[in-house]
Unconditional design. Structure first.
Length: 367
């Protein structure tokens, strides 16, 4: 008989962290689970550590060759026998021995919920544990309508990956982890599930995200910002298309607005080290043209990006840059009267500024 819950624990060069992860699972008050240690041909002590656990619920599955982290995730999900699947990396762990019991309770009582997650704690080497601010969705337990939650989620990924447990049928009906999104496959998963299912949230921080040199997050950071930006823009465009097909045009508009906002940030970004992480105009154009197959739609989005960028530059007092951005937008969409009005008011100097201030800056109107 299959267990109710399957923990999928991918592991590559993380054997030294594996005991803390597995032990945090074994002490759970809810006992009907299995643990699949997905050993991605790790060259370290992972096999020995896995064999050290004398618990029939633990299965060590070793790949003959490293198949990549996302295929390893999906292989674990495919092999899992549970009604619910909880994927937690070997370097992360659970903080409460009651979290599984609470998750199972909320999922069993609410069949429309596709996944449940909680706040998380970040653990940095040599530092105290701190609440992961990016995963803070408030102090109250709640169940969101999925499409309402999606409007929050498209602004930024607020789901800590090791805190999420998914109803397995959702993986079958919607998707698993996208193979072509190595930097943000979890964000895409949460977005697509939220389009079709409700979402449960526990405010208590019951999972720990370990940040260290060997973590995938650190590895992705070393590879640079551009691949991450490509993944993020790809996700927002794909979800926009899926929302349209599903009959939610308002959500498509929200996704496109989030894409524009993210692209603006990418055009102006700086890394914490002071080195440039921004996209060039040509890089952004190339990315959008590769994502958006209709050239006219690609130009439309690109023009919206430059109007939004120009508005930001204008209100920051960077008038010369704002003029360049409005001109760029007009080169793509020369008939946009509102863009022309903004540009001409900029050229008027102080008088134009006062007119825009009196009009409320047009911040609430479509460009």
């Amino acid at each position: 008989m299959n267990p109710l819950v399957s923990f999928v624990v991918p592991c590559y060069k993380l054997g030294h962290f594996l005991p803390q992860c597995i032990n945090s699972i074994l002490v759970q008050t809810y006992k009907d689970f299995e643990v699949l240690i997905m050993d991605n041909c790790s060259p370290d002590s992972t096999p020995e550590v896995a064999r050290s656990f004398h618990d029939p619920r633990i299965k060590h599955i070793r790949n003959e060759a490293n198949i990549g982290h996302i295929p390893n995730f999906n292989k674990g999900i495919t092999l899992s026998g549970g009604k619910y699947v909880w994927l937690i990396s070997a370097d992360d762990f659970l903080l409460s021995n009651q979290v599984l019991e609470r998750y199972v309770d909320v999922m069993e009582r609410n069949p429309r919920v596709g996944f449940v997650f909680c706040r998380a704690i970040e653990l940095h080497p040599g530092r105290q544990r701190n609440l992961a601010a990016w995963g803070n969705c408030g102090d109250e337990n709640c169940i969101w309508n999925g499409r309402t939650f999606l409007r929050r989620l498209i602004r930024y990924n607020c789901v800590a990956h090791p805190s999420g447990m998914v109803r397995k049928e959702c993986h079958r009906r919607v998707n698993m982890y996208a193979l072509d999104l190595p930097f943000a496959c979890d964000w895409y998963l949460w977005c697509t599930l939220s389009l079709y299912y409700d979402v449960a949230y526990c405010s208590e921080p019951m999972a720990c995200v370990r940040v260290h040199e060997e973590s995938m997050t650190s590895s992705f950071s070393r590879e640079g910002a551009r691949p991450c930006i490509v993944d993020e823009l790809t996700i927002l465009w794909r979800v926009a298309q899926q929302a349209e097909v599903a009959g939610f045009p308002g959500l498509r508009g929200a996704c496109e607005a989030a894409l524009v906002e993210r692209a603006v940030r990418a055009l102006e970004a700086e890394t914490s080290t002071g080195t440039s992480a921004r996209l060039s105009d040509d890089e952004l154009a190339t990315i959008l043209q590769s994502l958006i197959k209709t050239p006219d739609d690609a130009k439309e989005i690109q023009a919206r990006v430059y109007v939004s960028l120009a508005d930001r530059q204008y209100w920051d007092g960077r008038f010369a840059k704002a003029a360049q951005s409005y001109q760029h937008a007009l080169s793509l969409r020369s008939w946009r009267m509102k863009t022309w009005a903004k540009y001409l008011l900029l050229r008027m100097g102080g008088a134009g500024l006062r007119i825009r201030q009196l009009s409320g800056g047009w911040t609430g109107l479509k460009w």
